[in-house]
Design a protein around this ligand. Structure first.
Ligand code: ASP
Length: 350
């Protein structure tokens, strides 16, 4: 009798509905059902930035490279979770892989400021403790996400910027690189194109235009302890003025995590994400209004952000493994672990 009861419990546990995942502009009623991984206590999702990414805009080779790197990163994070490591570990390892790849606008491959420099921002947040770490305006730290985590765990502060943050990175024995490490031909050409256009048009092109940014990276995780967390890393926007800080290192704007609601990592036109405190707003809708994760994500991205004239997207996860994806841009590089524990990589809106 006991055995049958145990079997029943086990079956109920394994087959319980694990998550929902919506598509771009999915209306609240037509959310796509998606199951999380077999183990309902694990969940992992990443993004590699939102922007103008249409079918046909990437060469087949380029698309393959993106897909492979996204898969590598999402699997690295998921394996860390499977090995029993924390969501923070999973996030840090996945984001480091994307920071080290020139494909993404984070770490190597970061876009250039109007002065031709790279200035990097990142943040991380632990949903259990509400601890957070953020860094901005870095020029020589190879992996900004690791410095954000060090600020959270090894300092008494939440946010550090510029030279001070870099000094702290050195003290923490994080890898410091020459500024040239971040230089890539693609991003340099991107800046030259914008500067040329600016000159021709005789006025200032809005820095936030989707074509001026690409490839911010982020991750959200649910670990085996049932804790959720989020992290984000970026080079910001091409042609940003020196000293400009975007939403990524602003806790509540580009990154937020709270076990009571959800964990969010954002990408998009940072100024709008700051003004709307996008990540916190999604969590608040869940916390105070009891909204499901996808509905809350759509409300903030497809309604509030859209109405204000901003663009971009988010990935989100809650304590039960429900996942949310929402973006009002043409595409968003993203990957998650499905019901079979396999990686699913998506780029376009359709
Ligand atoms: N949100 C980033 C920023 O404004 C850019 C992006 O996600 O594309 O710095």
């Amino acid at each position: 009798m006991k055995k049958i009861y145990a079997l029943f419990l086990l079956t109920a546990f394994v087959v319980m509905p694990l998550g929902t995942l919506g598509q771009k502009k999915a209306s609240f009623g037509e959310m796509k059902e998606l199951q999380g991984p077999q183990n309902p206590r694990l969940g992992f999702m990443i993004h590699g930035g939102a922007g103008v990414i249409r079918r046909g805009s990437l060469s087949p080779e380029r698309e393959k490279e993106y897909r492979a790197k996204l898969e590598e990163a999402v699997m690295a994070g998921y394996k860390a979770l499977q090995a029993g490591r924390s969501g923070l570990d999973a996030i840090e390892s996945a984001i480091r892989i994307m920071e080290d790849s020139p494909l993404f606008n984070a770490g190597k491959g970061a876009v250039f400021t109007s002065e031709g420099k790279n200035e990097l921002d990142a943040s991380i947040m632990d949903g259990k403790t509400q601890n957070a770490g953020a860094v901005a305006g870095l020029r020589r730290v190879r992996n900004p996400i690791s410095l954000a985590r060090a600020v959270m765990e090894k300092s008494e502060h939440v946010m550090m910027i510029g030279d001070g943050a870099e000094k702290f990175a050195a003290e923490q024995k994080l890898e410091i690189v020459d500024e040239k490490y971040f230089w890539t031909q693609d991003r340099w050409d991107g800046l030259q194109r914008i500067l040329k256009r600016e000159k021709e048009q005789g006025n200032t092109i809005e820095d936030g235009k989707p074509e001026n940014r690409f490839g911010t990276v982020g991750a959200v995780a649910l670990d085996k302890e049932g804790n959720i967390s989020a992290g984000t890393s970026t080079g910001g926007m091409t042609n940003k003025r020196f000293g400009r800080v975007g939403d990524v290192p602003i806790i509540g704007a580009g990154t937020y995590a709270n076990n009571a609601s959800c964990a969010v990592s954002a990408t998009g036109w940072g100024e709008y994400f700051i003004r709307l405190t996008v990540a916190r707003d999604i969590c608040s809708l869940m916390e105070y209004r009891g909204m499901p994760i996808q509905q809350a994500s759509d409300m903030v991205i497809n309604k509030k952000l859209q109405d204000l004239g901003g663009d971009g997207g988010i990935i989100a996860i809650d304590r039960f493994g429900n996942m949310g994806i929402s973006f009002n841009s043409e595409g968003m590089y993203r990957a998650y672990i499905n019901a079979e524990g396999r990686p699913v990589v998506e780029i376009y809106a359709d």
